[in-house]
Design a protein around this ligand. Structure first.
Ligand SMILES: C[S@@+](CC[C@H](N)C(=O)[O-])C[C@H]1O[C@@H](n2cnc3c(N)ncnc32)[C@H](O)[C@@H]1O
Length: 316
């Protein structure tokens, strides 16, 4: 009941935000464009291009609110903040407490390409950015990228592949290692993720929940992100078995990780963006409750390495 009221309230907000923004220029090829679906929340406008109002209304019925970073539903956050650094030089030196404890991940305002060669999830690599406990300047510190949100021109469009909406680079190339966006949504507990997944299945709705699993000694730390109703541009990115983006778990102000997407290779203008929904991990050995009667969704990525089906978290 509480959830229902909450969503009603949010969907009201959504209609206001979207219709205010629909100064909707009609383009020469008769496609419509919304200049910024984030309504100024991202530093860079997130444009959305669509063919007819029906297509757009379909999206409105599902997606209710744009957020830049994940939001935690009550009860899901049991973590605390980690310490910050006390750098006086905006973390330029190698002595920065954050970088020397957790690692040097960024160079030239992007991810050091050496990390792109590994499977970050399987190798348990987690990026730690400077945070609100640090004494460096948020604008000048080079150890802060993901927390600044999207800083590239991106566009949401109806993909020709049959996968529905997709995201592409827009007006400029994306260089290897550049941060593209977060996969932001509601952080929910596993029981709630299972419940939402069953409800979505009953009404034939697609699955958007991303489950991140980290192995810490003999424990598995699980973070579930659901962007279907409350999320950011990440929720529009499709899966590919040969993707051009790679997920890295990133910690900013909380021990709950963020799923940050970085360019795995150079990406051309108007090229569709994709990531591997399984994060490159095909191992389900840690999963206890296996539901093998699940109907797998056919993968339409079209890559020569296509595995045939979308990755699926068997623990849901
Ligand atoms: C995170 S959403 C991506 C955005 C989605 N295309 C939309 O229209 O909102 C994930 C859903 O997109 C579809 N999808 C993404 N990648 C796909 C692929 N390679 N093949 C088939 N469907 C895909 C599936 O329905 C999946 O549940």
């Amino acid at each position: 009941m509480i959830n229902k009221l909450y969503f009603h309230h949010v969907s009201f907000m959504f209609f206001r935000i979207f219709f205010f923004n629909m100064t909707g220029s009609l383009k020469e090829n008769r496609r419509l464009i919304i200049e910024d679906i984030s309504n100024g929340l991202e530093k860079f406008p997130i444009s959305l291009i669509y063919d007819d109002i029906k297509e757009f209304e379909e999206l409105q019925n599902i997606f209710h609110k744009y957020v830049v970073n994940c939001v935690t539903v009550p009860g899901a956050d049991s973590s605390s903040y980690y310490d910050g650094c006390d750098c006086k030089d905006d973390c330029k030196s190698e002595d920065c407490g954050c970088k020397s404890i957790h690692g040097f991940f960024y160079i030239s305002r992007g991810l050091n390409p050496i990390f792109l060669q590994s499977n970050s999830i399987a190798s348990n690599i987690s990026i730690y950015e400077c945070n609100s406990n640090c004494s460096c300047s948020p604008d000048k510190c080079p150890n802060r990228l993901v927390q600044h949100g999207v800083s590239l021109p991106l566009q949401i469009f109806k993909s020709d592949s049959g996968c529905g909406w997709g995201v592409r680079s827009h007006t400029r190339r994306i260089r290897k290692g550049e941060f593209v966006c977060e996969y932001a949504g509601e952080i929910i507990k596993t029981d709630e993720a299972k419940h939402r997944w069953i409800m979505a299945k009953e009404i034939n709705e697609d699955n958007y929940i991303l489950c991140l699993r980290e192995h810490v000694k003999d424990r598995v730390l699980r973070t579930n992100i659901d962007p279907i109703h409350i999320g950011n541009i990440g929720r529009f990115i499709n899966h590919s078995c040969d993707p051009n983006l790679q997920i890295f778990l990133t910690r900013i102000n909380s021990l709950i990780p963020t799923a940050a997407l970085f360019a795995k290779k150079d990406i051309g203008v108007n090229e569709e963006l994709s990531f591997d929904y399984a994060g490159g991990v095909n191992d389900n050995s840690d999963i206890q409750e296996i539901n093998i009667n699940v109907e797998r969704k056919k993968c339409l990525c079209g890559s020569q390495y296509c595995k045939g089906f979308l990755p699926f978290d068997l623990s849901l």
